[in-house]
Design a protein around this ligand. Structure first.
Ligand SMILES: Nc1ncnc2c1ncn2[C@@H]1O[C@H](COP(=O)(O)OP(=O)(O)O)[C@@H](O)[C@H]1O
Ligand SMILES: [Mg+2]
Length: 150
């Protein structure tokens, strides 16, 4: 039985499998509270390259962040429905901007998680990589149990 689970979702197929796994744990009655997390990473460097002024950079950044935050909210709302259908009672949704691995580790600490669930890989799509960089870093940087789902 896990009391508090952090499930990190980036919209990738592996993360979708992680969601299915958690839904299975919920139907078994093995999970109590779930914190869904989508982290919007900074893309400042791309914007600096395409923008012509500092103001433009700032505007582009705010617009992109807003757009990606909305996508994150939609993603988590859908996941929330799946988990509710599986019988989950306590679901929290977090869309946070920042460094994905760090935010996963921080949220797990904050909520006192006893399990972190991640996909084995994500949107990076580097074929050949056995383990995504976020998953690898989380495993190194947390003392909470980590379940990676292929
Ligand atoms: N921005 C993010 N927000 C939430 N979870 C994420 C994010 N990026 C990655 N993850 C989690 O980490 C898993 C592995 O992704 P990642 O390590 O980024 O692999 P890749 O290097 O293939 O993109 C994902 O399936 C997801 O569970
Ligand atoms: Mg990634």
């Amino acid at each position: 039985m896990f009391k508090t689970v952090v499930l990190a979702l980036d919209g990738s197929e592996h993360a979708e499998h992680a969601l299915e796994t958690v839904a299975g744990l919920v139907s078994d009655g093995s999970v109590d509270t779930i914190h869904l997390l989508n982290v919007v990473p900074p893309r400042a460097s791309e914007m600096v390259l395409s923008a012509e002024s500092y103001i433009e950079i700032e505007h582009a950044y705010v617009a992109t962040l807003g757009y990606e935050t909305d996508l994150g909210k939609e993603l988590l709302a859908r996941a929330s429905k799946t988990l509710t259908a599986a019988g989950a009672n306590w679901i929290h949704e977090h869309v946070i901007s920042g460094d994905p691995a760090r935010k996963v580790v921080e949220l797990a600490d904050e909520v006192g998680a006893d399990l972190i669930v991640l996909g084995r890989r994500g949107l990076g799509g580097l074929t050949g990589a056995l383990l995504g960089s976020v998953t690898r870093r989380v495993q190194h940087e947390t003392s909470v149990a980590v379940l990676t789902v292929a």
